[in-house]
Ligand binder design. Sequence first.
Ligand code: AMP
Ligand code: ZN
Length: 458
Amino acid sequence: MLQIHNTLTRQKQEFIPMVPGKVGMYVCGVTVYDYCHLGHARTYTSVDVIIRYLRWRGYEVNHVRNITDIDDKIIKRASENNEEYRVVTERFTRAMHEDFSALGLTAPEFEPRATDYIPQMIGLIEKIIANQHAYVGANGDVYFDVRSFQSYGCLSHHDIEQLESGARVEISEVKRDPLDFVLWKLAKPGEPSWDSPWGKGRPGWHIECSAMSMDLLGKHFDIHAGGRDLIFPHHENEIAQSEAASKHPFVNLWMHTGFLQMEKEKMSKSLGNFVTIRDVLREHEPEVLRFFLISSHYRSPLIYTTDALYQSRQSLERFYTALRHLSDAPHPENTRFENQFMAAMDDDFNTPVALSALFDLAHEIQRLRNKDMRAAAAHGALLKRLGGVLGILQTAPETFFQTGGETDPAKIEALIAQRQQARREKNWAEADRIRDELASMFVVIEDSPQGTTWKFLK
Ligand code: AMP
Ligand code: ZN
């Protein structure tokens, strides 16, 4: 039985999709005004593993991840750069796609851009006003009337009075209540704007996700996910708006990922303490980064250090060492390794426990290797198959060991060829000299009846 933690109930609960075998899932996407950082990698890799596992479990997943391509931060960045806002969002959308495909994230079925959904947002705001949950403020902006929505606070588990006392005391003559949030903002001169019944302006951030998710997945769907910073106010507001418009429950299951942190602080663009995905991928293989990201549970905080990346590389080396020199074979069914792996993933996608089942499997392969190569190969096929569910272990072991070192593999291959030539000529001194030269480059060579292979020593 697959159990998933629901932020709404703060409990793990059995996952029962609305339509048997099918899952509608909306994931809040990136605000595209800069390069993606490791915090993004953390959230979207978690989502990627969740989706891969749901599919492996036989569910058909309709995955929607939006692009926020209009917002205050985008407008600010465009004006700092003296660029059109669309030039900024196009550039960083392209960069995001490059980074996400380098990370091996499965592409969503739909990737709506907020600016393509303005009519749907306007339609939603009209409904919310008609249902008496929104009003036009004294400045002409449209606000959601938080006090009119009975269950406001259901996701963040705060009652409205608590939220009120926590809210910045805003002296505002335009809103009825400090918690009221904007649905439609009138444009200042020079800002991007769209026509609306309330004048030229642009949507508030929260309404974007309500409009795009309901348009693509219907007014009621299975899973909505994002980082935990989105619980309040973004997702709380999404529930209020969507249900105020449709008068229908919005989402069954809310999933939130823990923060990736630098020291004690959340990594974020606005705090300026971020490391971009592309910076890390210049020095580390994507698989190493992915391994680091899935080595803790998706809801736990994760602290980024370069040392943790080196440890991830070492863990992967243990797996790839187990996979070396195995022929193709059908994987065994119903092993304790697969059962442990599934039990861990069924328990709210517990990747660290699932990885420990894979470590046991790698150990078993090494044990079998000495006595039954066919059984070792079959278990190797299982390791590869289960690794694939987590998006790891799909590289050929030789390639894995030959990447991520500091020396050009072509130079190493040339030295190995020279050493083989020396050995053929029984020039042992030269062969040893080349072996030492390779060792100085942290390359170890292994001679076997199949030939000579090499790897970087870490
Ligand atoms: P943004 O581009 O800031 O709108 O964020 C896009 C997604 O990344 C949201 O789901 C955020 O919650 C998530 N996110 C941003 N920073 C972090 C972080 N440091 N750790 C984990 N997730 C993050
Ligand atoms: Zn959102």
